[in-house]
Design a protein around this ligand. Sequence first.
Ligand code: KIV
Ligand code: ZN
Length: 385
Amino acid sequence: MKSEKIFIFDTTLRDGEQVPGCKLNTKEKLELALELENLGVDIIEAGFPVSSPGDFHSVEEISKVIRNASVCALSRAVKEDIEVAGRALKKAKHPRIHTGIGTSDLHIKSKFNSNREDIIERAVQAVKMAKNMVEDVEFYAEDAGRTENAYLARVIEAVIHAGATVVNIPDTTGYCLPHQYGEKIAYLVKHVPNIDKAIISCHCHNDLGLATANSIAGIIAGARQIECTLNGLGERAGNTALEEVVMIIRQHADLGFTTGIHTKSLNPMSRMVAETMRMQVQPNKAIVGANAFSHSSGIHQDGFLKDAQTYEIINPEEVGADGSKIVLTARSGRSALAHRFRIIGYDFTRNEIDALYTEFLVLADTKKEVGEEDLHQLAKITVTA
Ligand code: KIV
Ligand code: ZN
């Protein structure tokens, strides 16, 4: 079966950079953009040029150097935003303007004090304006997650008719359940007559921890682009994590999808983003967390040492991680202890390990983790006794 390509739209430099404390200067954005291109992302959302002169400059500079990926600039459905975005992208080889407006009744009333027909008109005008500046125009229907499907379908049909090449269906507030988000995409595939003229994009936030699941439900239902960030950075609880969707697509080849991401660069890229954006990765984070390939309970360690696949579904090398780790705690077992001793040069017999294990547990109960120096001390005591 031939796999279908899922376009990876990275928004680390835009949605990710909105996180308090993560703001980047032009030099930092440029360095990250070059590495994102090396990672193999298809589209780099470089910033929101109208938001500040600094961000305009960042998008301009990124546009000059990125040659394989598309460079995308965000704008509201506002004339000045769109013009400024178009100017910032002037030097881009593959420029894309990402423009849009809120489409849920809540956004229409509370944010715009407007009505559904006026919002469609503004959306269409925005796409037409952007289309005068670049060929590739992506439209976002903000809060699509809470927008009534029949109305959303009308908006999407109208913006595709106006020239949108990509239609983004953001679950801006991370509200949808995976089956609801999937049904929303399926509804659009079925009810928007010109949907074959555009790519559907998923942009899911993680307020309920469902961003990744929702994006996967979206592509199963017909979307072909996922908007995501390294380490899942983004507004509030964050966006879909790039490393997660890429590895899900790779591990579940039966889904019939592929991406252009070089997976061996995932961990190095995650570290670079964490350092540059001054935002540590939680240790239990999938794929790129410090504990993603650590085994600490005796049952798991014993199985892992017999056959790594018993407790690991991904080879750490495949994602550029340092390797699997056997961590010693009071929950660890004898085989793990023997294994760690062997690594530092002690080949104890079964009886010796039994004796050492009793001592080890006494020590382990007093500490979070038993380290290499502790093992040398234990070995010394046992050898001398
Ligand atoms: O979450 C959202 O709706 C957004 C749009 C600007 C695409 O970030
Ligand atoms: Zn967002």
